[in-house]
Design a protein around this ligand. Structure first.
Ligand code: GUN
Length: 293
């Protein structure tokens, strides 16, 4: 069994991005600039956005954090999106989700100029991704592909089971793994909360990507010997063992599943560290106008 070290891969890519940014600046090019809109004081969102802004600094990007209180009006947010769309210094921006209930996330996402949508959530990017055109691929699926690539894991012709059908992970992951490409060329099955034969599907899988958000859902009796397991779960489970009072728990019962695996990602330290790096990569691509002119 080989552990997939997302933390180490992310650190390596961060170095690569920082080097490229330094070269761009040296050549007199434009410093990539990422803006983030954060609404309210959701603990998880605060943590993620802070980490995104910090990583921007570490790789040499400019960053702008725009904050609104929980009671911000939808029109105000739409006006902010419009402002960022038209600001030529901003190469890419994100609106941290979730948004308060009175705001339509879909409406906000669709208002973002797809050429600056470094989260890859806009329907133009989602559509282009699903038909294999250059686009911004959302951070978690892009990070998983990068891990598979850097570990040289064979995917061609394999049976890949994706657990979960979210717009952010399950659906894009399934589309990417079936793409005529490497990583890709898989036979893909998507299972979700309504699937009746989930265990049988998992038992026939060469690769399982678990993104259900159900802590320790995948057990040893659901996987075959030699399987590759990618664990996307990050549920905060109360714990008396940590200072913070919670423990980040994946969708895989790691202790019993890992001995059967050829490769497995741990939680934390697997997929998680890759997601912010994928956002940085997309911002660099946006800055270079590498995808859209
Ligand atoms: N909330 C959880 N994950 C994400 C993400 O990747 N991007 C944004 N904008 N919000 C999120």
């Amino acid at each position: 069994m080989e552990l997939i070290d997302g933390k180490a891969v992310a650190a390596q890519i961060k170095k690569e991005i920082a080097e490229e940014v330094a070269q761009i600046k040296e050549a007199g090019g434009k410093t990539p600039h990422l803006a983030a809109i954060l609404v309210g004081h959701n603990g998880g969102s605060e943590t993620y956005v802070t980490a995104k802004v910090r990583t921007c600094e570490e790789v040499g990007f400019k960053s702008s954090l725009i904050r609104y209180e929980e009671d911000v009006k939808e029109e105000e947010l739409l006006a902010c999106v419009e402002r960022l769309n038209n600001d030529s210094d901003i190469d890419g921006f994100i609106v941290q989700l979730p948004l308060p209930k009175h705001i339509s996330e879909q409406k906000i996402i669709e208002a973002i100029d797809y050429r600056k949508d470094v989260d890859g959530f806009h329907p133009v990017n989602v559509g282009r991704m699903s038909i294999g055109l250059p686009c911004f691929v959302s951070a978690t699926p892009a990070g998983i592909l990068e891990l598979i690539k850097r570990y040289g894991i064979e995917t061609r012709g394999k049976h890949c089971v994706v657990l979960g059908r979210s717009n952010i992970v399950g659906k894009p992951m399934a589309a990417l793994m079936m793409q005529k490409a490497y990583p890709g060329d898989c036979t893909v099955t998507v299972c979700h909360s309504r699937s009746q034969n989930l265990k049988e599907m998992c038992l026939s899988a060469d690769i399982i990507i678990a993104a259900l958000g159900v802590p320790e859902f995948l057990k040893a009796d659901m996987v075959k010997e030699g399987v590759v397991v990618i664990d996307v779960g990050t549920t905060r489970v109360p714990s008396t063992l940590t200072k913070s009072g919670f423990k980040l728990t994946g969708d895989v019962k790691f202790d019993e599943v890992s001995p059967k695996c050829s490769y497995i990602t741990p939680v934390p330290g697997g997929v998680g560290p890759m997601t912010i790096i994928s956002l940085m990569r997309n911002t660099l691509l946006a800055g270079k106008k590498a995808i859209y002119k």
